[in-house]
Design a protein around this ligand. Sequence first.
Ligand SMILES: NC(=O)c1ccc[n+]([C@@H]2O[C@H](COP(=O)([O-])OP(=O)(O)OC[C@H]3O[C@@H](n4cnc5c(N)ncnc54)[C@H](OP(=O)(O)O)[C@@H]3O)[C@@H](O)[C@H]2O)c1
Length: 290
Amino acid sequence: MSTLKVLVTGSAGQLGQDLVLLLQNQGYEVLGCDRQEMDITNLEQCVEVIGGFGPDAVIHCAAHTAVDAAETDIDAAYLINATGSRNVAVAAEKAGAKLVYISTDYVFDGNGTRPYHEYDNTDPKSIYGKSKRAGEILVQSLSSKFFIVRTSWVYGKYGNNFVKTMLKLGQEKPLLQVVDDQKGSPTYTVDLANFLLELIQTEKYGVYHASNSEACTWYEFTQAIFAEAEDILGLKFTARLEPCGTEQFPRPAPRPRYSVMEHLSIRTNGFQDIRPWREGLRDFLFEMKE
Ligand SMILES: NC(=O)c1ccc[n+]([C@@H]2O[C@H](COP(=O)([O-])OP(=O)(O)OC[C@H]3O[C@@H](n4cnc5c(N)ncnc54)[C@H](OP(=O)(O)O)[C@@H]3O)[C@@H](O)[C@H]2O)c1
């Protein structure tokens, strides 16, 4: 049993909830904070709450994650993802805590043809991506003990996500068109949370790419969701699945066409790679069954 003290921001979010549960189950002393307990846009409150708890590590999951809304609500995206992350970084540093900042594949341009590694140039195209990248830079310059952990296509038991949407629509609609020209790596919150726990035990600071390994398109992901859910949950899907192009679903924020991330830092720091996405998906469906 570890005695590490860990504070989690965004603890009511999709990742935050699984992370808090896992930390508690593993005997950590945990303080989960959502907006009510600690609004990250309030510097004084961050210093007070983080300083008061005195954590060994802060895992910063809170973010403005509404990718399309961010294109018009630019100030809100930067206030939370950049300034808010600055506040968390200042407070964590004052408390002498390690800081984990959860970031995103959207920091890349999405035009690549081979997996992006941790030290490839960033070039975000959306406001969400730009504001998350601004958060990375602030964390990097203000924390002396930081981990920047970029992940992608996150789903889990809590909150709305692609897997849950497809499970629902697949049973309701006669036809489901899903984009087949955007490629990335789905990530199960529990697998990511387990990796974060391993990371905070160490002093192996730096930038990490942490998605489930291997890649697929959204269409291929949906095929797998249906096949595995039929097998594990015994569901029957009425929808005929059809591949389509990004242009069929115009969105305010540009989506990366290719956002596969190589796990160079996981390898070079001697961590075990995160398992393939399909294994994570199966375990998620087993979790849903329970
Ligand atoms: N979901 C993905 O596919 C994905 C992909 C790559 C990276 N990420 C990153 O992974 C992290 C976790 O994502 P997630 O899917 O768990 O997101 P989420 O479910 O949207 O959770 C984010 C949480 O942050 C909270 N929050 C927002 N503004 C806040 C503020 N001012 N003060 C305190 N809390 C605030 C939200 O609370 P409210 O509900 O009250 O707003 C929400 O509970 C984020 O950093 C995200 O950028 C996510």
